[in-house]
Design a protein around this ligand. Structure first.
Ligand code: GAL
Length: 686
C-alpha cells in the first residue's frame, strides 16, 4: 500500500506535469437536480422523467453508483449501454450527468468468487455480502477489480460530452469504518515500515517496554484486536491514521484513472464518516460533497449547520450530493419534513456554502432496503406536494444560481479541528460525557445565535485570516502548530485554548515538558493539577467571571499556576474554589486565553460574545430573532445574506433598508414577516 508521503508526492507530480487543471476550475456552475437510478425503472419512464425534471429546473443528475452488477454482469464482461441511453435521454432535455464509480456495492459474482475481498470484523468474522460497503480497501484483488471497472467505465464514457463529473464510490466508511482482514494486517505492517523505517525507533516512540510489548520483528505487529486489557494509545492512533490513509489511497487509484482520461471533469466524493482525516482526503478532489439528512437531527438548525460548516471548511466550498427530500428509513423510519422544510434545509446548505444541490432521490424505490426513503416522486409516480416544492426550489435556483455561485462565507472566527486529537479521545474517552466532535455544534450554535459566520479549520490551514481562534482540546502538540499559535497571538489575534490541550506529542505519548507543552509561555500558565468530574459534570463546579457571569464545568477542571497570565474567572467549588479557571495573557500584540475546562454551550456563548466585543466583530445583521438563522456569502463587492426561519410559526425580521430580495427580484422592505420555514436571499453591495 502506498503511504501518505507517496500519495502527496504523486499529487505534486501530477500538478507539475499539467495532468491536473487548477482545483476548482472543473466545477463550473451551480448544479440542481436529483439522484437518479434509471436501472430501476422501465425505460418508458425515462423520457417523461426527463421532461418533468426539466420543468423543475434540473440541470444535473447523479447515477450509477450502485450498478456494478449491471455494467460488469460477469467477470471481465462490460456493458454500459443502459447508461448510454439514459444519459442521452436526459441530455436531450439539457440535463448533464455525474457518474458514480460503482465500487461501493460489489456484485455477487465478485464476493462469491473472491471471499478474501470482504472486510472483516474485529472478531475475525467476514462481513456479510448481502448489503453494501462490505469490501476491504486493502484487498489486492478488490483494488485490482475496482481499478478495472473504473478504467473500463471511464474509457467507455471518455468522449461523452454529457458526463461532467464523477463521484468516487459512495460514502466511504459508512456502516463500517474498521477492517481486521489479513490484507489489512499485511498493509498495516508495511505502512508502519514506510513510516518508521527501523523497528527500534517504533518501539521507542510507542514506549513498547510497557507490558513487555517490545517487537523484535515486523511480523509481530498486529491490528488492535480486542484483548483482555486496553491497547497502547500509540498503536490505537496509528491504526486510525492507517485506516484514513487506506481510504485515501484506495480513492486515489480511481482519481488517477479519471484524471488521465477525462482531465476536465470534476471529481468529488460524498459525506464524512469516522476514521478519515478529511483535510488529507479532499486534496485529491475538486469539490467535496455533503449528504444532508436533517431528520437525523433533533435540532437541524444547529446540528446540520455545524456539519455543513465542517464540510465547507475542508476545501472552502462544497456541493450537496444527497439532500433529504421526504421521510426516510430502512428498518427505522424518520419523521417527514413538514411542508416547506425540505427547501428551507436545501437553502441552509446553500447558506453554508453549497454550490450545488442534488436531492435524494428522484423517485422512491419500489423494492429493496430503501423502499421507505422517499424522493421527489412517490412509488406510484404521481406529482404531489414534494414535487411542487422541489420545482419551486429548482426555479428559484435557476434564477440566482449563477449569481451566488462561487461566493464564499467570510468569517473572523475559527475553531480548529484536529482529527488526530479526536482519535486520541475515541480511545481514551475519559467519561461518557466527552465527545470532542459535539463541541463543534456548541461553537456553531453560539456563533449562529450571535449572528456571526464561523469557520471550522484544520491545524494546517492559514490562521492569519482570523481574529479569534478556539483550540478545543488539541491534546497533541507539535512544534509546527505551537509556532502557528504563537505567531497568531503575537500578531494581535485572540486564541482561546480549552482544557486538556497540548498534553502529549504526536506519537500520542506524554513528554517531560510541563502542560501546556510548547505553548506555556504564550498562555502564561502551567497546569498544576486537574480534576476529571464524572457525569453530570455540570453540577460539580463552575467558573465565575469577573463580570459576574457564571458557566458550569464540563468534565475537566484544571488547577492553574499563574505565570504572566491574569485570572479573569475563578472556580466556585471543590478544593479548586477561588483558584483561576480562566486566564488571559498579553503576548505580543494579542491575547492568549486559557479556559480550564471542556467547552460546552454556556462557555462557548460566553467566550464568543466576550471576545467578539473586545475585537469589535459586528453581527451580520440586526433585528433578526433567535429562530432565524443568517449567514453571509461574499463575491467581489457583492454580499448575499441567507435568512432562514427554522420556526414553525411566522416571525418578524427587521434588517433595515438597502437590500434587494433576490428570489423575488425586487427591493426588500426594511421590515417584513417570514412565514413558517420561510427563507430569503437578500443582496447588497458592500
Ligand atoms: C446515504 C446513501 C444513499 C442512501 C441514503 C438514504 O447515506 O449515500 O445511498 O442510502 O443515505 O439512506
Amino acid at each position: 500500500m502506498k503511504n501518505r508521503l507517496l500519495i502527496l508526492a504523486l499529487l505534486l507530480a501530477m500538478s507539475g506535469t499539467g495532468i491536473a487543471a487548477p482545483a476548482g476550475d472543473r466545477y463550473k456552475n451551480f448544479l440542481f437536480g436529483a439522484d437518479y437510478y434509471p436501472e430501476h425503472w422501465p425505460e418508458s419512464y425515462w423520457e417523461p422523467d426527463a421532461q418533468w425534471m426539466k420543468e423543475c429546473g434540473v440541470n444535473a443528475v447523479r447515477m450509477a453508483e450502485f450498478a456494478w452488477y449491471l455494467v460488469e454482469p460477469q467477470e471481465g464482461q462490460f456493458d454500459f449501454k443502459l447508461f448510454d441511453r439514459a444519459i442521452e435521454v436526459l441530455a436531450r432535455h439539457g440535463i448533464k450527468t455525474i457518474l458514480g464509480t460503482p465500487t461501493a456495492a460489489p456484485p455477487k459474482w465478485l464476493t462469491n468468487k473472491y471471499p478474501e475481498t470482504l472486510a472483516v470484523y474485529s472478531n475475525g468474522q467476514p462481513v456479510d455480502d448481502q448489503t453494501r460497503r462490505h469490501y476491504c480497501y486493502n484487498s489486492p484483488i478488490y483494488r485490482r477489480l475496482s481499478k478495472r471497472i473504473v478504467e473500463e467505465m471511464v474509457r467507455h464514457f471518455a468522449a461523452n460530452p454529457n458526463v461532467i463529473g464523477w463521484q468516487i464510490d459512495n460514502e466511504f466508511n459508512c456502516h463500517i469504518s474498521e477492517c481486521y482482514s489479513e490484507s489489512c494486517r499485511v498493509a498495516f505492517r508495511q505502512w508502519l515500515k514506510d513510516k518508521y523505517r527501523d523497528l527500534s525507533s517504533l518501539n521507542t516512540r510507542w514506549g513498547n517496554g510497557f507490558w513487555s510489548q517490545w517487537y523484535t520483528d515486523w511480523s509481530q505487529i498486529d491490528l488492535p484486536f480486542p484483548g483482555p486489557a486496553q491497547q497502547n494509545p500509540a498503536l490505537m492512533l496509528e491504526f486510525k491514521r492507517f485506516i484514513s490513509d487506506s481510504v485515501i489511497s484506495y480513492q486515489h487509484d480511481q482519481v488517477e484513472i479519471i484524471r488521465r482520461q477525462r482531465p476536465d471533469d470534476f471529481i468529488t466524493h460524498n459525506h464524512m464518516f469516522k476514521n478519515i482525516n478529511y483535510y488529507d482526503f479532499v486534496r485529491d478532489l475538486d469539490i467535496f460533497a455533503y449528504d444532508n439528512y436533517p431528520c437525523f437531527w433533533e435540532q437541524p438548525q444547529y446540528g446540520v449547520g455545524a456539519q455543513l460548516t465542517l464540510a465547507r471548511g475542508l476545501k472552502g466550498r462544497m456541493m450537496v450530493m444527497e439532500q433529504q427530500t421526504g421521510p426516510g428509513g430502512q428498518t427505522y423510519l424518520l419523521r417527514s419534513p413538514r411542508p416547506g422544510e425540505m427547501s428551507l434545509w436545501a437553502f441552509q446548505s446553500i447558506a453554508h456554502g453549497a454550490d450545488g444541490m442534488i436531492h435524494f432521490r428522484w423517485r422512491t424505490a419500489r423494492k429493496g432496503a430503501e423502499e421507505y426513503w422517499y424522493g421527489v416522486l412517490d412509488h406510484d409516480n404521481k406529482k404531489r406536494s414534494r414535487f411542487e416544492e422541489f420545482k419551486k426550489e429548482g426555479l428559484q435556483l435557476q434564477k440566482i444560481g449563477s449569481q451566488i455561485f462561487d461566493s464564499k462565507l467570510d468569517s473572523a472566527i475559527a475553531v480548529i479541528k484536529d482529527y488526530d486529537a479526536e482519535w486520541v479521545f475515541d480511545h481514551q474517552f475519559f467519561t461518557e460525557e466527552v465527545n470532542v466532535g459535539s463541541q463543534f455544534q456548541h461553537f456553531f450554535q453560539a456563533a449562529s445565535e450571535q449572528k456571526q459566520n464561523i469557520d471550522f479549520i484544520g491545524s494546517n490551514d492559514d490562521f492569519s485570516r482570523y481574529k479569534l481562534i478556539f483550540g478545543p482540546h488539541l491534546i497533541l502538540m507539535d512544534q509546527k502548530l505551537a509556532t502557528k499559535i504563537r505567531q497568531f497571538v503575537e500578531k494581535g489575534g485572540v486564541f482561546v485554548l480549552g482544557a486538556h490541550t497540548a498534553v502529549k506529542d504526536r506519537d500520542n505519548g506524554m513528554t517531560d515538558q510541563t502542560v501546556p507543552i510548547l505553548v506555556g509561555d504564550v498562555f502564561g500558565v502551567e497546569r498544576d493539577e486537574f480534576q476529571c468530574y464524572q457525569k453530570p459534570s455540570k453540577d460539580k463546579n463552575s467558573i465565575r467571571f469577573e463580570d459576574g457571569s457564571t458557566v458550569p464545568v464540563h468534565v475537566f477542571a484544571d488547577k492553574l499556576k499563574l505565570g504572566t497570565a491574569k485570572p479573569i474567572g475563578q472556580w466556585t467549588a471543590d478544593y479548586l474554589r477561588s483558584t483561576p479557571g480562566c486566564t488571559e495573557n498579553r503576548f505580543g500584540q494579542g491575547t492568549a486565553v486559557y479556559y480550564a475546562s471542556f467547552f460546552n454551550l454556556e462557555s462557548t456563548r460566553y467566550l464568543l460574545s466576550r471576545y467578539a466585543r473586545v475585537l469589535g466583530l459586528k453581527p451580520l445583521m440586526t433585528g433578526v430573532p433567535k429562530e432565524v438563522e443568517v449567514t453571509r456569502r461574499v463575491k467581489g463587492d457583492q454580499e448575499y445574506y441567507f435568512i432562514l426561519n427554522h420556526a414553525d410559526s411566522a416571525v418578524k425580521v427587521e434588517p433595515g433598508a438597502g437590500f434587494s430580495d433576490l428570489l423575488e427580484g425586487k427591493p426588500a422592505p426594511a421590515a417584513f414577516t417570514m412565514p413558517p420555514f420561510g427563507y430569503m436571499v437578500l443582496g447588497r453591495k458592500k
